[in-house]
Ligand binder design. Sequence first.
Ligand code: FES
Length: 265
Amino acid sequence: MSIPEEKRNNDSDKAPGIEGANVPGSIGKLIPVYVMGKRYEVPETLTIMKAMEYAGFKFIRGCGCRGGICGACATVYRKAGDYRLRVGLACQTVVEPNMYLTQIPFYPANRATCDFSELTSNPEEIFKLYPELFRCIACNLCTKACPMDVEVMDYISALKQGNITKAAELSFNCIQCGLCASRCMGELPQYHIAQLARRIYGSKIVPRAEHLSEATAASTGGRYEAYLEALMKMGEEELRKVYQEREMEPEIAAEDWVPNDNRYL
Ligand code: FES
């Protein structure tokens, strides 16, 4: 949740915008929005997140990356005169006049507990952990709610058919904001189910990367120790020189590109 510090939007204290503070006239037109039912005037160019900060709210939860990736800023809103509840990410959605906003930085969806090491890639195990999977009525509200354009209903359908690989691939862009679950008529926790599918896919279905095993063995076998020790004995200037003169992979490199100095490959 965010904590209001109602220091702005007082007639006597019109603060500069978050964007362009100290740049007179840069905040643009002010429009009314309602946060938890209270009216604030905010610059029309701001995202919901910046507008709330402009209005005096301080985010101590419900705000992470500010770039549409972490899923911490799920927001529910309605526009005046419109019956429809809408959802979005506060850091990505620009305010509109007379928006009624509330934040749901945590959605209380069920998350099954299990000993992951004992799971296999048998989809029956997901069915047992999340029997609500079969309450899906394919209304597609989850897909419509997704701010990342993930085909939520499709990955749920794939899982119902036992196709963990397809579910993992379709849900790859999920940011765990929970908005799908917030609109689900069947009360599924889609994002938790998909996360389990991706974990199973990554650890029990995808073949092990051989090059990674080789690199791990080389590392734990002490192959880089001498080089690391030499680096640790260098002074700042020498380290800087080594770093600046390192051989870099060209921007367009063939798949079989290898550096000239391949002692540590
Ligand atoms: S703050 Fe990370 S998605 Fe909005």
